[in-house]
Design a binder for this molecule. Structure first.
Ligand SMILES: *Cc1c(COP(=O)(O)O)cnc(C)c1O
Length: 381
């Protein structure tokens, strides 16, 4: 009987990391060649023709990501936004999208500004209440977009129920899982697609931009998105793919530390007199903590992500003052890297943001949680 080595840590270290057949190199070589040799009979026995079509580094990365989310295939892009666009682009003029009222503002912009002009309409509804999702379906609805926990308020959507509603209405469902790698597996809960900005936890070191779509089935949509990649051409470079594959080896260990520290901070900050609210799905006072516990459980118990948001008593000025006083946290946008970040979210989203002006978003890195807590406490004092 073949031994099964199927723990997250073991698979992460070995998937896509076979020694190079030609040289014996243990770290995979980066294949920069844009073109590949053709045999005298005109065939390409190794499967590579031109690097926009496919490349060994991209192939290794995609195989790894497909198994990480439990899909038939992964399709990588040069950014999370390009990945999101490839999904919206499968729609036709006249089609309708249901999306969350709180979501990553860049994807909302794609749906509203870029595709609004191409005749794709959308309703942005508060998906915390399933009734709102049910009421939003129209005969033209073809796609239901979820993001849970949402950016930046950490709203929780019941993935299984929304995916089922989408299926009943002949619409596809997709979940942006950027904030919950390993803990949450939307394809197992019935979603047709998962999307990640791999710029965040997959890259994990704030030094590579990327995105990926992972499909549950090998149906027409997978082919359409694959065509968007190879013909549309927003592909990641071989070096980007190599960096991402390298980072994925340490993903389970990074996440365990980041998820653990985020929970420590959320619990310690809850009830602080300078704070109006702490948003973290791992807190028992989070309004949808029970749903979070049910659907964020694939990496063992008690992990709810590495992101939290706090609302400061007062307004934008008080929030900015706290962000100005931190010494260990870095004031910057983005998330998922080894260094902890703090961000006044409303000011990066612009004037039409629905984000409260007193909200600070925290991405927890790999520093010791006691030091991070001490930094926040001195800034809040
Ligand atoms: C960052 C982010 C994106 C966009 O990805 P880019 O890699 O910046 O293009 C999409 N969704 C979520 C939840 C994100 O955090």
């Amino acid at each position: 009987m073949q031994q099964q080595f199927d723990h997250f840590e073991t698979r992460a270290t070995h998937a896509g990391h076979n020694p190079d057949a030609a040289s014996g190199a243990v770290a995979p070589p980066i294949v920069l060649s844009t073109t590949f040799v053709r045999e005298p009979d005109g065939t390409f026995p190794r499967g590579y023709i031109y690097t926009r079509e496919n490349n060994p580094n991209r192939e290794a990365l995609e195989n790894h990501l497909a198994q990480l989310e439990g899909g038939v295939g992964a399709i990588t892009f040069s950014s999370g936004q390009a990945a999101a666009m490839s999904i919206i682009h499968t729609l036709s003029p006249g089609d309708h999208i249901i999306a969350p009222s709180e979501m990553y503002y860049g994807v909302r912009k794609i749906i509203r500004s870029l595709y609004g002009r191409w005749g794709v309409s959308a309703d942005f509804v508060d998906m915390r209440d399933i009734i709102n999702v049910k009421k939003a379906f129209r005969p033209q609805t073809r796609l239901v977009w979820m993001e849970t926990p949402s950016n930046p308020g950490l709203h929780i959507t019941d993935i299984r129920t929304v995916a089922m509603l989408a299926r009943e209405h002949n619409a596809l469902s997709v979940c942006d899982n950027t904030w919950s790698p390993l803990i949450q597996r939307p394809l197992e809960l019935g979603c047709d697609m998962v999307i990640h900005s791999s710029t965040k936890y997959f890259g994990g070191h704030s030094d590579v931009l990327g995105g990926v779509v992972i499909c549950r089935d090998n149906n027409g949509v997978f082919e359409q998105i694959h065509e968007m990649q190879t013909v549309g051409g927003a592909v990641p470079s071989p070096f980007d793919c190599w960096l991402l594959l390298r980072s994925l080896s340490s993903l389970p260990h990074r996440l365990r530390a980041q998820y653990t520290s985020a929970a420590v901070l959320a619990n310690a900050l809850q009830g602080h007199r300078a704070l109006e609210a702490v948003h973290y799905p791992g807190l028992s006072i989070h309004p949808h903590h029970d749903i979070a516990r049910q659907q964020m459980n694939r990496f063992g118990d008690g992990y709810f992500g590495g992101m939290l948001s706090i609302q400061i008593r007062g307004g934008a000025a008080e929030a900015m003052a706290v962000a100005a006083k931190v010494q260990l946290f870095t004031r910057a946008t983005s998330l998922g890297g080894v260094e902890s970040l703090i961000e006044h979210r409303a000011s990066v989203e612009g004037p039409d943001t629905p984000t409260p002006s007193n909200l600070l978003r925290l991405s927890i890195g790999l520093e010791h949680p006691d030091d991070l807590l001490a930094d926040l406490q001195q800034a809040l004092a």
